[in-house]
Design a protein around this ligand. Structure first.
Ligand code: SAM
Length: 375
């Protein structure tokens, strides 16, 4: 019988086919044999690194991807290595790899964005800003750099600069172009893990701090929460309440809030529609991390002003915008609002401003606002 010869290219193709079908063990075994046969072949080292990483063996993938990036310092090779280092949470190593790669690909925004983000994650905020600034010089609209620069600036306490930076992400909102988002559907999934994210606990903690500053010595008694989600606020409010009513569009989030207890009533539906049907009055209306999902807030302000008792307070957060716009779309179905717009709405329905603080919102900055209905 004659011996069948199989070329390295054919073995590589076979390995790729198994990798595509997620048959990692066979793919890895074939690639390891090829690597032994051709130890200097970059294509084989890269494939071995990628397949090992995709199979869950990030640590084993590292030496191969390191060598590949060292030998060919291209954007793809560096990003491939960074992806694995990020998975292993080796942020200082990302910084090192990027500083070595910088002379080769230092003018590519995606690369600078990754490097800046690693510095942001390590709380090296000045370095992050410097690197992200380089990305923005090349592409002033590069979204990850704008987003992470805004997040760095707010953590450095540079609030107004953070708002200006964040505003650059927005396009003026045009009602006719609106793409509706299915929040009930989105939060069906998210409700299962919502409470595991520390940012989600931050909303209610920051809201309580805002209330404590805005209420002075007054103690809230009848509170309405717009977009109560899983009900985290009910366990964060430090005052014993007479009544706490929650509204949310997601039945799954409301089921969590119900289980948590603490609410007198929970209502399911769009918060403006539900408010429009309410007759009871409240001394406090609150909303943390929610109004960024609504573009036009006129209906919110109108209903809140109607439901508030004289002397009552409306405390909420929004994504922020510079005063050269009123409402901007930041992502599909996510909006930022300017102070000029909020003040106009408040004045139109007779609410007076207590404070508008700039602070961390959903990572980047937000406006934490309190308005009062005159007594
Ligand atoms: C980021 S979560 C914030 C939840 C809660 N305020 C907290 O501090 O954890 C946003 C919530 O807003 C709700 N939501 C979004 N749009 C809404 C709308 N138009 N009416 C009522 N709830 C809405 C979502 O279902 C979700 O529960």
């Amino acid at each position: 019988m004659s011996k069948v010869e199989i070329t390295p290219d054919e073995v590589f193709r076979l390995a790729s086919m198994h990798a595509i079908r997620n048959e990692y063990e066979i793919a890895i075994s074939l690639l390891r044999q090829l690597h032994e046969f051709m130890p200097d072949d970059i294509r084989v080292m890269r494939a071995l690194g990628i397949v090992l990483f995709n199979s869950g063996a990030a640590e084993a993938a590292l030496p191969f991807l390191h060598k590949v990036a060292e030998r060919q310092c291209t954007l793809d090779n560096v990003l491939g290595l960074v992806r694995v280092l990020r998975d292993l949470r080796r942020l200082p190593d990302i910084d090192h790899v990027c500083s070595v790669a910088w002379p080769h690909i230092g003018d590519v925004p995606v690369f600078l964005g990754e490097w800046g983000y690693a510095n942001f994650q390590m709380s090296r905020l000045d370095q992050a800003l410097e690197i992200l600034g380089k990305a923005l010089k090349v592409d002033p609209h590069f979204k990850p750099a704008l987003h992470n620069s805004a997040a760095s600036l707010i953590l450095l306490g540079r609030g107004e600069e953070a708002v200006s930076m964040f505003s650059r992400l927005g396009r003026p909102w045009v009602a006719a172009n609106a793409v509706p988002r299915d929040f009930a559907g989105e939060y069906a999934e998210l409700s299962r893990v919502y409470d595991d994210n520390s940012l989600h606990h931050y909303f209610s903690k920051r809201l309580v701090r805002l209330l404590q500053g805005a209420l002075a010595e007054r103690v809230p008694n009848a509170v309405l929460e717009l977009g109560c989600g899983s009900g985290l606020l009910s366990q964060t409010l430090p005052w014993p309440l007479g009544r706490l009513v929650g509204i949310d569009i997601s039945p799954d989030m409301l089921a969590k809030a119900e289980k948590r207890g603490g609410y007198s009533h929970l209502r399911c539906g769009d918060l403006v529609d539900v408010m429009a049907g309410l007759e009871e009055s409240f001394d406090t209306v609150v909303s943390g991390g929610v109004l960024c999902y609504l573009a036009d807030l006129r209906g919110v302000f109108g209903n809140v002003a109607r439901l508030l008792l004289p002397g009552g307070v409306f405390a909420f957060s929004v994504d922020p915008l510079g005063d050269d716009m009123e409402i901007a779309e930041m992502e599909a179905g996510e909006f930022a609002h300017s102070r000029r717009y909020l003040r106009t709405l408040a004045a139109e329905c007779g609410l007076t401003e207590l404070r508008i603080d700039i602070d961390v919102h959903r990572g980047p900055p937000g406006f934490w606002c309190a308005f009062a209905k005159p007594a």
